[in-house]
Design a protein around this ligand. Structure first.
Ligand code: ZN
Length: 309
């Protein structure tokens, strides 16, 4: 069993409109845009990152906004909902705030004793705010105070027809099965960061999801550094997983592999971080391009639509 994985690093999803996406995560949810760059594999599309002040691993929601992309169709074999952590007792304040912004599909429930506020993002993306004791420091602004601010990720839900192989994989990655409630199985990684939880939702008989705007593209797990990442890569390959070579994403190093249930997993390093090419005070303001795409700057600056006024 692996000990190197410390919880979530980031979650990456697809969107249809960069402007609406940026407005939702900064103005409505009150996260900080910590990087404005492009999809390194398709540089005519933005890659936008939102998180806490510095984009601490475990707080970072990222998007590829493909203009006018068709919506995804929810189903099995994907991450069905992404959950952020909010302080205990702040659900009502968030319901009031999300109501003001006319946020879609606003609802409440309780899972494993924790109150949740459920809602959709601009592309029908499924989110939850989960009340929990979480001492991470939130980013504040846009009317979101430190008292209610999002602390980072709480968990993600993997929606699977058959949970057995994915449960086995999570355990191999260092997660422990902590609780079951009906069709929901909760896994927690001991000694992890605060984004240490993965829920599996069993959906036998469900149709497979079709990826599109509003779908989660992949979830990334955090490891401390490149040495730990290579250990994880080797262990996964020894177990029979097809894992990509290490890819330099400028702000972290990444490896990817497809899980038995269909969800794409990444393992990302906590180093070097989002402040490697910008001052902390100005993170996310300028368009940053990786060196391999710097020669496209003039064309991309003309082509990419501004995301704010
Ligand atoms: Zn990623």
């Amino acid at each position: 069993m692996l000990k190197q994985i410390k919880g979530l690093h980031h979650v990456t999803s697809l969107a249809s409109d960069a402007r609406a996406n940026n407005a939702f995560f900064t103005n409505v949810l009150g996260l900080r845009r910590v990087k404005k760059t492009v999809n390194f594999d398709a540089p005519d599309v933005y890659h936008l990152y939102y998180g806490d002040e510095t984009g601490t691993p475990g707080t970072v929601m990222t998007y590829f906004p493909f203009p006018n992309a068709a919506r995804g169709i929810p189903g099995a074999g994907e991450v069905g909902r992404t959950a952020f952590s909010i302080p205990t007792g702040t659900s009502q304040a968030w319901i009031d705030r999300l109501t003001t912004f006319e946020t879609a599909q606003l609802a409440q429930d309780t899972r494993f004793g924790q109150k949740r506020v459920l809602f959709d993002g601009p592309d029908g993306d499924k989110f939850a705010l989960v009340e929990s004791d979480d001492d991470r420091t939130p980013w504040t602004g846009n009317g979101v105070s430190a008292e209610i601010g999002i602390r980072g990720f709480h968990s993600t839900d993997m929606r699977l027809i058959d949970d057995a192989q994915s449960a086995e994989l999570l355990k191999f990655m260092g997660y422990e099965h902590s609780e079951t409630d009906g069709s929901i199985l909760r896994f927690v990684v001991p000694g992890g960061n605060a984004a240490n939880t993965i829920d599996i939702e069993r959906v036998p008989g469900a149709r497979h999801a079709a990826q599109g705007a509003g779908s989660v593209h992949h979830i990334a797990f955090a490891v401390e550094n490149r040495a730990r990442q290579l250990e994880v890569r080797e262990a996964l390959m020894d177990t029979g997983y097809q894992v990509t070579p290490v890819i330099d994403r400028d702000y972290f190093y990444a490896i990817y592999f497809r899980t038995p249930g269909g969800v794409l997993f990444e393992v990302a390093t906590n180093e070097p971080g989002f402040d490697r090419d910008e001052d902390t005070a100005h993170l996310g303001e300028a368009l940053k391009l990786p060196s391999q795409h710097e020669h496209l700057r003039a064309r991309l600056e003309g082509y990419l639509q501004p995301i704010e006024d």
